[in-house]
Ligand binder design. Structure first.
Ligand SMILES: NC(=O)c1ccc[n+]([C@@H]2O[C@H](COP(=O)([O-])OP(=O)(O)OC[C@H]3O[C@@H](n4cnc5c(N)ncnc54)[C@H](OP(=O)(O)O)[C@@H]3O)[C@@H](O)[C@H]2O)c1
Length: 317
């Protein structure tokens, strides 16, 4: 099979590899589309190695495709089924292994490209907002860094759950498009007058943390998911105590199979019905064929995206 391959020094190319063989509980998936994520760029740069059990040199945290072969003991899927999934790595390839407990059936109305950009953004957003923060109807949610993959997923999930969603988007030209997903989209400097917030989803990092705490309502929750703009902060613990605040933080990729399977079951139960009903969309900023992987990574890193960058493994995807 051909796969995106990380070489020494962060060079990236498409190269031939042996086809993977499914083990117990695994599906061999013919990949149709695979979304790009910051973890891929960090792995490429050499400071976020693949987790144990994942290919060290093939990036890719999420994929969508068709089951080709199943390993021993597989119960939930069979050859020909359309699936999408988180993977620890190896998703940006023509063939990839997926544990059946992490796999999700793709709703009929969802095209492969959208499915390839769904699992990471929507699982991360659902886990942060609901599993960690317990976001409820009528609560006020702030999403910082809302125009990207996770941000737009969070905006839609928050709105679908009946929260009042404020989306902080630094690029003025993207605000109307983000608002169309169910939020009031504002410039970062205008966030304060839309608070206080019950839940803050922090996708940007340290520079926002002081204002996240300052704009939090009593018993509010902050969940830190992205720290691209910095990870070190100084906080006044009195302020957290006075607000009876809670701060959560997490990563998804490093979780063990049990934890990822649990997150997948929640997405299956609470998010897939909305996707199947056409109430959620996976906005695709750009699609690139596998051969144009360098351009795809460059576009991903440029910023100014509305949603996802997705690699298409065949011309028909
Ligand atoms: N913890 C986890 O499990 C987990 C899982 C998935 C993602 N993440 C992290 O979550 C973050 C978002 O992921 P994503 O896939 O949504 O990325 P993305 O699609 O690139 O979106 C990032 C968004 O944040 C904005 N942004 C970046 N730096 C900013 C700054 N200094 N001030 C204001 N806005 C800024 C970007 O705006 P511009 O386009 O203007 O730059 C963009 O809209 C990333 O840091 C990623 O590593 C964490």
């Amino acid at each position: 099979m051909r796969a995106v391959t990380i070489r020494d020094g962060g060079r990236i190319e498409v190269a031939d590899h042996h086809d993977p063989v499914p083990g117990k509980g695994e599906l061999l998936v013919r990949v149709e589309a695979a979304g790009l994520n910051w973890a891929d760029t960090a792995q490429r740069a050499g400071f976020y190695p693949a987790p144990p059990g994942s290919p060290a040199d093939i990036p890719g945290l999420e994929l969508a495709g068709v089951v080709e072969v199943v390993g021993d003991g597989v119960l939930r899927f069979g050859p020909g089924d359309r699936v999408m999934s988180l993977v620890g790595g190896g998703g940006q390839a023509e063939l990839a292994l997926v544990h059946e407990r992490e796999a999700l059936a793709i709703p009929e109305n969802v095209a492969p490209l959208e499915a390839g950009g769904f699992p990471e953004a929507f699982t991360t957003a659902h886990d942060a907002l609901f599993t960690q923060c317990g976001l409820g109807p009528g609560e006020r949610l702030l999403v910082n860094g809302a125009a990207g993959g996770v941000g737009i997923a969070a905006v839609q999930l928050g709105a679908a759950a009946g929260a009042d969603v404020i989306a902080s988007v630094r690029r003025a030209e993207l605000r109307d498009a983000v608002a169309a997903f169910g939020a009031t989209a504002v410039a970062p400097e205008d966030v304060e007058r839309h608070g206080p917030f019950d839940v803050v989803l922090e996708l940007v990092g340290a520079p926002n943390f002081a204002s996240d705490v300052a704009y939090l309502d009593t018993c509010g929750r902050i969940v830190v998911i992205g720290v691209a703009a910095g990870s070190r902060v100084e906080i006044d613990l009195h302020e957290l105590m006075a607000k009876r605040a809670r701060v959560f933080a997490s990563t998804l990729r490093a979780r063990p199979l049990e934890a990822k399977a649990a997150a997948a079951r929640l997405v299956e139960r609470h998010v897939l019905p909305l996707l199947a009903a056409g109430r959620l969309r996976v906005p695709i900023e750009a699609r690139y064929p596998l051969e144009e992987v360098e351009t795809a990574y460059a576009r991903f890193g440029e910023g100014g995206k509305l949603g996802k960058i997705v690699l298409a493994m065949s011309a028909s995807t």
